[in-house]
Design a protein around this ligand. Sequence first.
Ligand SMILES: Cc1cc2nc3c(=O)[nH]c(=O)nc-3n(C[C@H](O)[C@H](O)[C@H](O)COP(=O)(O)OP(=O)(O)OC[C@H]3O[C@@H](n4cnc5c(N)ncnc54)[C@H](O)[C@@H]3O)c2cc1C
Length: 285
Amino acid sequence: MDDPQADRSIVPSQGVHIVLDREFLQGDAAIMIPKTSDGRVLFAVPWHDKVVVGTTDTLVENESLEPRALDEEIDFILNTASLYLTRKPSRGDVKSIFAGLRPLTATNNKQTKDISRSHKILVSLSGLITVVGGKWTTYRKMGEDVIDRAVMVGNLPERSSVTKQLPIHGAIELEDVDDPLYFYGSDRKYIEEIIQEDETLAEKIHPSLNVIKAEVVWAARAEMARTVEDVLARRTRALFLDAAASIQMAPLVAQLLAKVLAHNESWQQQQIADYTQLANGYRLL
Ligand SMILES: Cc1cc2nc3c(=O)[nH]c(=O)nc-3n(C[C@H](O)[C@H](O)[C@H](O)COP(=O)(O)OP(=O)(O)OC[C@H]3O[C@@H](n4cnc5c(N)ncnc54)[C@H](O)[C@@H]3O)c2cc1C
């Protein structure tokens, strides 16, 4: 947008993950399958009472905001994983399926799995600084490189970083991953205070997922959750753990949000409809 003539600087590469019940994985350790039929690696990683299996690497020509898994990606994951799991998973066993796009830095004519996953920093003539590509595990290095470049380009005063020793949200201190407040790390004491205000908020929203009502109240009061999707996709991970269960949770989540945020009945109905439509895309129907 800064330079309408600029070459496209990323290649979107789609990756799909599926979530299965934990019983498909033998033991507590993650599995990494280093060689698969098409040369990719595949992971099966325990996550709460589920297991996440993925991923794929598919060049995408027309990217969308809600990318969808292709049939061949689903077949590849299910077939490859079946060789290493306790039994062969069928499509009906998939609790949630989600696709993401890796914003890989563009290079000519390479297969996406061969394109570098490292990041690149671009500075345009106007001085706009752009960081493309990169990974979660390198986020701090990406940040450091961008700040260093900004200091140089903008002639800013040099200062020492304060983030290098910063703990990530305290979640690492928690050991019991089946604890409903696991996601909240250092915020859990505030959620416990909410439960003291009203004991019914300690109730689970759905029997098969560890999410309690007080988490919704906390998300709305303190974490800027404004929609049912904010709560079920991003503040908790219900959508990714069990999409069908998360749809059943939507009415109660809408009701709890409406109370904190002063919304009416028609807002709740619209929220439930919007969320159901989104979450249906995470089910293998
Ligand atoms: C398939 C795949 C596999 C990957 N594998 C690895 C790996 O093995 N190792 C690794 O280090 N990295 C990996 N990555 C990269 C890693 O996932 C990203 O680097 C990381 O998630 C980026 O974090 P982020 O917080 O910047 O953005 P995101 O994780 O994308 O978070 C952005 C959030 O903002 C939300 N959002 C967007 N717009 C709005 C809006 N308008 N209102 C409210 N919310 C909004 C989105 O829903 C999303 O939750 C992988 C990526 C993909 C797609």
